[in-house]
Write a protein that binds this ligand. Structure first.
Ligand code: FES
Length: 218
């Protein structure tokens, strides 16, 4: 979740998820992703709500929707994104269509742009809905811009989330993905996995090594 992202007033969301998002914000931004990839220090946080529902995605669709079991290579999406603007990009693979959107309140969100109905391209429509919509023109599918949840039409599942970070220079980077309906922590634990044990430790992922305390160090 971006530092600027806030739940919509009155919108349904998971309070626990919000807390977890704040924790992720601190932890991810403090992590050494930048060191690993020689990027500038990530000063913002992971974009992506934690309140997506629990609907799974059929295995055959996962690849098509760009899901990644392992941590994908971080990718610069744009040098900057103004409120109301969106940018199309490919992530995690070159064939995986994705969208990053800056909502009017400054929130930064990212999603797969592959409709969960029949895989048409999902578009950002700032002129639709209260704060814009993610719109699939093939069969009038509509997804909530803030959560990716289906709000109208035939799509059976939310749009898979893409986690974004924003750097001090305003550039936006994609760093990880979630499956449709997958909680953010679960998605990050799955992808950081063995490659980033210190991050999984910080996230409190199942099976992660226990944190080492100052007292415990010799
Ligand atoms: Fe998107 Fe049918 S393919 S609504």
């Amino acid at each position: 979740m971006s530092v600027t992202e806030q739940p919509a007033p009155g919108a349904g969301h998971d309070p626990d998820g919000d807390t977890a998002a704040e924790q992720l914000r601190d932890r991810i931004s403090a992590d050494s992703l930048t060191t690993r990839r020689d990027y500038l220090r990530i000063v913002a946080t992971v974009s992506g709500g934690l309140a997506i529902g629990g609907v799974g995605v059929a295995a055959g669709i996962l690849h098509r929707h760009g899901d990644s079991e392992t941590l994908p290579e971080a990718k610069k999406v744009t040098d900057g994104l103004a409120p109301g603007q969106s940018v199309a990009f490919r992530f995690p693979g070159d064939e995986d269509r994705a969208l990053a959107v800056r909502l009017a309140d400054g929130s930064l969100v990212g999603y797969s742009a592959v409709c969960t109905h029949l895989a048409c391209a999902v578009l950002w429509r700032e002129d639709r809905g209260a704060e814009g919509e993610l719109y699939c023109p093939c069969h009038e599918g509509i997804f909530d811009a803030r959560t990716g949840e289906v709000t109208a039409g035939p799509p059976p599942r939310p749009l898979p989330r893409i986690f974004l970070t924003e750097q001090a220079d305003g550039s936006v980077w994609a760093i990880a993905t979630a499956r449709s309906g997958e909680p953010a922590r679960e998605a990050l634990c799955r992808q950081f996995g063995d490659s980033r044990p210190e991050v999984t430790q910080q996230l409190g992922c199942p099976g992660a090594p226990a944190a080492t305390t100052e007292k415990g160090r010799t």
